[in-house]
Design a protein around this ligand. Structure first.
Ligand code: ATP
Ligand code: MN
Length: 478
């Protein structure tokens, strides 16, 4: 029976009383024909297995190679070696799967993250990636816990939709029509009425519009699912497939919304700090190591754990868009013409601007509210000034935008007027407008890019390294 095994995480916290235990895992290293460092993924700490000299078959010892999988039965004893409290004195060793040391693509040494991206199917077996994915799990679990404890309902919004919530047009088409010879209308355009759904459909870019339908009946809901954007931006912060957390709350204004986002972010970081201390300590060291190769000026003043502590202990800064622009205009950085893109009221801030605000000026997360309506989506509530909307973005050090949200326009006439101005198809969104026709209420919500959050907590610089199987332009190998 396989399930008799004890996970290494548990064993490392067990008092050794010479009890018989069975462990299974993959070999990380094998030293002196005697010491196996075994890892089973439950923790980044390895279990030391001691093979008594002369006790085990020579042929078997040869097969204990990097990444071979083993079943070991033995006694749990106090370890005399450094770095561990317990170890297992092996009585029986069984090779579950051999691993040809000549052919195994990962060496027991440091590999670059770029190299490991090419070996994404095996990178889970490294300390860095196993830590990242355990932290990712904790953040996801904490997300559900946070919202559940607050009485939110997890709403599954559709993956295939006919709407483009952002109106940005960066969608992946979903179709079963033949590529080479699609049915065409008389004017030559593709006739989607013959397509699977009888209309043009795409992968969702956001669950928000459907989330609003849920919130205006269930009160408070959240979605947590994959979203897809065919944006051809090859940056360290954009994926074509990413996961988004989108709470939506009835009876809620922009300030309530900002409060919730702040509480949520602090909660899930705290959760990871409590439950993934070993992983985060490993990632802290990794980052310090990585930063050694950078010039002093580009290194972070705080290490990973200090940064996270600062975020959970302090209120986020709150400023308006207008104040943000003023800060940028007053900065020496601007005066010395160090920004690549110009600054003036009305611009959609570039990431260099956002990063200046959080990294150089405030040195902590910043909630920016009241953006010009021209650069924001049609559904955001218009402010009295006629120029701005009740939008909020949360900017984080090292990441830039991590949250985008708003109070929604609940006034039917104002919403329809704005949709027309922005050429959003009013007829197609009849179901969305019904929420404003029948018992409309003030409501608000936000979208948090889950991978950007994982980046923030793990300190990983590239978004491709915090999702198991990254989808980016020209890349869908694994
Ligand atoms: P950005 O300006 O960084 O492209 P956005 O304004 O397009 O972001 P929203 O449409 O507001 O972002 O989406 C909500 C959140 O989803 C963002 O705050 C961000 O955290 C995340 N996000 C957006 N696009 C991507 C992407 N391509 N890959 C990963 N996360 C993303
Ligand atoms: Mn974008």
């Amino acid at each position: 029976m396989f399930n008799k095994r004890i996970k290494i995480k548990e064993l490392l916290n067990t008092a050794p009383q010479e009890q018989q235990v069975t462990v299974m895992g993959w070999v990380r290293t094998f030293r002196n024909n005697q010491f196996v460092a075994l890892n089973d993924g439950s923790t980044n700490n390895n279990l030391q297995i001691v093979l008594e000299l002369g006790k085990h078959d020579e042929e078997l010892l040869k097969r204990i190679t990097t990444s071979a999988s083993l079943k070991v039965t033995g006694t749990l004893i106090e370890s005399l070696g450094k770095g561990q409290k317990v170890e297992v004195k092996a009585e029986a060793v069984e090779i579950l799967g051999d691993s040809d040391a000549e052919k195994y693509p990962l060496q027991p040494k440091k590999h670059s993250l770029e190299f490991l991206r090419e070996k994404a199917h095996l990178r889970f077996r490294t300390n860095t990636f196993s830590s990242v994915f355990r932290v990712r799990h904790s953040l996801a679990f904490a997300t559900h816990k946070f919202f559940n404890d607050k009485g939110f309902f997890y709403l599954h919004t559709p993956i295939i939709t006919a709407s483009d919530a952002e109106g940005a047009g960066e969608t992946f088409r979903v179709s079963t029509l033949p590529f080479d010879n699609p049915p065409r209308a008389e004017d030559g355009s593709i006739n989607y009425s013959e397509d699977f759904f009888g209309r043009a459909t795409n992968l969702t870019v956001s669950g928000q519009l459907e989330g609003e339908l849920g919130a205006t009946a269930l009160g408070e809901v959240y979605t947590f699912g994959p979203t897809f954007r065919a944006e051809n931006s090859n940056t360290a912060r954009h994926l074509a497939e990413f996961w988004m957390i989108e709470p939506e709350m009835a009876f809620c204004d922009l300030e309530d919304n900002a409060n919730l986002a702040e509480e949520f972010i602090q909660y899930i970081i705290r959760y990871a700090m409590e439950h993934n201390a070993d992983d985060l300590e490993f990632l802290r060291q990794r980052l310090l190591e990585e930063e050694k190769s950078k010039p002093q000026t580009e290194r972070n003043e705080l290490d990973l754990l200090q940064k996270l502590q600062l975020v959970v202990d302090n209120k986020f800064e709150r400023i308006t868009y207008t104040e943000a622009i003023d800060i940028l205009l007053q900065s020496n950085h601007y005066k010395k013409k160090k920004f690549q893109y110009d600054v003036s009221w009305g611009i959609d801030m570039q990431s260099e601007h956002e990063r200046y605000l959080v990294e150089k000026h405030f040195k902590k997360p910043v909630i920016v509210t009241g953006y010009p309506k021209e650069i924001k989506a049609f559904y955001m509530r218009q402010n009295e000034d006629g120029k701005t909307v009740a939008a909020m973005d949360i900017l984080a050090p090292g990441i830039g935008e991590i949250v985008g949200g708003s109070q929604r326009e609940e006034r039917y006439d104002k919403l329809v007027e704005r949709m027309k101005e922005m050429h959003v198809p009013v007829d197609e969104l009849w179901w969305y407008l019904d929420t404003r026709r029948f018992g409309t209420v003030p409501h608000a919500g936000f979208g948090l890019g889950f991978e950007r959050m994982v980046q923030f907590v793990t300190g990983m610089g590239n978004i491709r390294d915090v999702i198991p199987f990254p989808r980016t332009p020209k890349n869908a190998e694994f």
